[in-house]
Design a protein around this ligand. Structure first.
Ligand code: FAD
Length: 506
């Protein structure tokens, strides 16, 4: 399906070449430009920062070490991303790990347990096998009591999942009689990993969406790390692809406003922060939802399509990198720390070629939830770097009891350097009932299209969601250019349409 969609761009070389201005050089903006270039259009990306990638951006410190915005995991169930790697001829940059999910044991410091997916066994049997053969985390009775909640998903699929979007994880579990321990053992870890939040704030559709992909695709839950920093290893090949086809990718070019034509509300031009004007045939927003909201021109602010954006908001998260003076004993892959402040982490000196070291570990850790609003004990995102690292190290002592902290021999591994990167508004918060407010890529404005991981597509806010969203946005433009009819913008939910807009932030 992903490859088929890609082929439509190359196959339908346009009769009417369009100049398209894309605001934002994250994965959605770059993917949009890539596919527009394939279809023969001239795509120009305007990225505000000096570095590409947005939430996957990274930069070098004075020692030449890469500081990343986030620890990023690629899943087998990312068809559009995998297809993109193939098209760019960079598949070998994905370092696939053994197919298993590794969790820290809560009561046993330093002990881990894995759900191992057997090779060459089709889905969903490989997952059933993985769950049934792990006897350390859930009892057989608990596993059996998961079935009534998960069976309808197997039978009904996506439509069942969509219906669960209004329920929180806790409400869903109660409805289907799932034992509390499944939450403590599995769902807390999943919520923190997928949406940086505790499950009482999370829509059940998030957990089910991930599980459904894992159940339906044999390799769905297999994980890969990219072999180095994303700006070089993934963004740069896209830039080369775009520029080779006549497009441009510009950094340090923040758009400060979108100007509209008074007669039909269409975009007249964009204004850059330096005052210069950008004119194009079509315009794409590939900005995060929190920024788009601020840039919506006044005349659009009463249109329901734009008003629904007020229902979406990015969630805070913090990414840590901690360098040690020795090599820790760690697995070659992602671990769920299952501790109050940390979510997933990996020893990048083992997992990632560019950061490899035989003698010293670099742990990259997602710190979540990061504020009280999403379930943290305090407003960590406003805390100092020192406080955050200190709190993380206390949790690391539980994960590495014989190697980190006062109980380790000779005082244990010493921290040589650490970094804290805060993203106050990352992926949109998937609290219950958000799906219906995700805007379609096609908007009611004739020359304006919306990309971004939050926009409507079947994946959550993720790298796959961003790539697919950029691709759908490119398809809308390419279809319009070829005179093909499009689906039209998705109908806005009645709660927005029936509200006259008073009291709603534009
Ligand atoms: P963004 O990456 O936010 O890109 C938007 C771009 O627009 C930015 O570059 C921004 O600078 C630019 N911009 C904003 N305003 C303007 C303006 N006025 N003018 C010009 N440019 C502008 N996903 C996964 O799939 N797996 C993971 O393991 C994973 N882990 C994550 C860990 C962390 C800590 C974080 C923060 C995210 C993680 N994600 C993960 C999510 C993933 O990174 C995002 O879903 C995806 O990268 C979003 O891409 P995007 O293009 O939609 O938005």
């Amino acid at each position: 399906e992903a490859a088929e969609m890609s082929q439509q761009f190359t196959a339908s070389k346009t009769k009417q070449k369009k100049k398209v201005a894309i605001i934002g050089g994250g994965l959605s903006g770059l993917a949009c430009a890539k596919y527009l270039s394939d279809a023969g259009h001239e795509a120009i990306v305007y990225e505000a920062r000096d570095v590409l990638g947005g939430k996957v951006s990274a930069w070098q410190d004075k020692d030449g070490d890469w500081i990343e915005t986030g620890l990023h995991i690629f899943f087998g169930a990312y068809p559009n991303m995998m297809n993109l790697f193939e098209e760019l001829n960079i598949e070998e940059r994905l370092q696939w790990k053994e197919h298993q999910m590794t969790f820290a044991m809560q009561e046993l410091p330093g002990k881990f347990t894995s759900f191992k997916f057997p090779p060459n066994v089709p889905a969903p049997f490989n997952m059933a096998w993985a769950i049934l053969t792990n006897t350390e985390m859930l009892t057989l009775e608990e596993k059996i009591r998961m079935v009534p909640g998960l069976a309808p998903m197997l039978i009904e699929g996506q439509s069942f999942i969509d219906k669960q979007d209004e329920l929180s994880v806790a409400e869903f579990m109660q409805k289907y009689g799932m034992p509390k321990r499944i939450n403590e053992e599995i769902f807390i870890a999943m919520g923190k990993a997928l949406d940086f939040t505790d499950p009482d704030k999370l829509s059940m559709s998030v957990i089910l969406t991930a599980m459904n992909r894992f159940i339906n695709e044999a390799d769905g839950s297999q994980t890969a790390f990219i072999d180095g920093n994303q700006p070089d290893r993934l963004c740069q090949p896209m830039v080369e692809h775009i520029t080779a086809r006549g497009g441009q990718v510009l950094t340090g070019k923040p758009i400060s406003s979108i100007e509209v034509n008074p007669n039909d509300n269409s975009v007249k031009h964009l204004i850059l922060a330096d005052g210069s004007i950008v004119e194009a045939d079509m315009y794409v927003s590939a900005m995060p939802v929190d920024i788009v909201k601020r840039l919506i021109p006044k005349p659009w602010s009463t249109i329901p399509y734009f008003r629904q954006l007020s229902e979406l908001e990015g969630i805070p998260v913090i990414n840590l990198q901690i360098w040690f003076d020795t090599k820790l004993t760690s697995t070659d892959g992602l671990c769920f720390s299952r501790s109050p402040l940390l979510s997933v982490y990996a020893d990048m000196s083992t997992c990632c070629e560019e950061y490899a070291s035989e003698t010293a570990s670099m742990l990259e850790l997602v710190f979540a939830p990061a504020t009280e609003a999403v379930g943290a004990d305090r407003n960590w995102i406003a805390s100092s770097d020192e406080e955050i690292i200190e709190a993380a190290l206390i949790e690391l002592q539980r994960l590495f009891p014989t190697e980190i902290g006062p109980n380790a021999p000779d005082g244990g591994a010493q921290v040589t350097k650490s970094t804290v990167v805060r993203t106050p508004r990352s992926v949109y918060a998937t609290t219950p009932g958000r799906n219906k407010f995700r805007p379609s890529q096609e908007s009611p404005i004739s020359n304006f299209v919306m990309a971004g991981d939050f926009a409507a597509q079947k994946y959550l806010g993720s790298m796959e969601g961003a790539v697919l969203s950029g691709k759908i946005a490119a398809a809308v433009i390419s279809d319009k250019a070829n005179g093909k009819s499009t689906n039209g913008p998705r109908e806005v939910h009645s709660s927005i349409r029936n509200n006259n807009g008073e009291g709603i932030e534009p």
